[in-house]
Design a protein around this ligand. Sequence first.
Ligand code: SF4
Ligand code: MG
Length: 344
Amino acid sequence: HRELLKIEDLTVDFSTRQGIIHAVRNVNFQLNTREILGIVGESGSGKSVSMLSVMNLLAENAVVKSGSIRFEGNELSTAHLSTKQEKKEHEKMMMGIRGKEIGMVFQDPMTYLNPVLKIGVQMTEGIRRHKKCSKEEAWKQAVKLLEQVGISNPEKRMKQYPYEFSGGMRQRIIIAAALACDPKLLIADEPTTALDVTVQAQILSLIEQSVKGMGASAIVITHDLGVVAELCDKIIIMYGGEIVERGTVREIFKETKHPYTRGLLDSIGKIEEERVPLHYIPGTPPNLLNLNTGCAFCSRCNKAMKICKDYKPCETIFSEEHSCSCWLYCKDKAQELVEAQERE
Ligand code: SF4
Ligand code: MG
């Protein structure tokens, strides 16, 4: 398995009327070919922003402050671009990558489907935008893709409008459209959030089958750790714009280290039974406008120590894939810092 996407030290800021929001800070990870990675965290944890930085689809008020995003040898980070000309050339390169090398699936398919155009028209147009082929050829491919994603009667369905499909079916169509150009990477942002539990499972296994069948890789973004348990090879947990823990699925579930990951795991069952949102972990996400200098999870952590508020926890490495940034696992260093502070 070789490296497909490598993100190093990614930092993204948003300017708002209230001040600068540090939405993503020093994010590092690598995705290899044929791997499925889950990025898990609450809304506002920086998971979508990280992926929008990869696609160069950030909002106008956002800026990639620093960091590198390498995709198959191409530098996708805009941090080093300064002139208008450079930015224009970068966007031109991105247009060759978006939807072609990297496919995208989002939470709400209706934002990406045109309500007044028949599915067949949208699918064939999409295919023809990336592949030089005749209308008939694109139509044939679209029918085949719909079949592949489990839509029966595809010939007839091609002549229908988006409203004639259920939410789950529309999500299948979006996946078919994203797969149309044989992407090397599929990014799915909350692909099942709007769907009921059984349809969720079908959509996830569809993503897994398609990606694995094509020899591609995927990044699945979700707020629900339960969703990625069976789908992913490895998982990144984000909190307050930073990665707090990473590991293989087994490591995250069986050798859980970070108190926030623990909280996410404990909330899984409860979500399914009562369908309550994740805010089961008491407290609210950190105010990114006004972060303390220490651990962002501090105010909600039941294991918080004195040192946590003022000092950024260091990263402890447990295995090739597994690491965690929390003072509980580097107590020697914490002790040193406390003693140094007392001497001052
Ligand atoms: Fe909790 Fe401290 Fe670890 Fe942060 S560093 S998660 S506050 S124990
Ligand atoms: Mg999001």
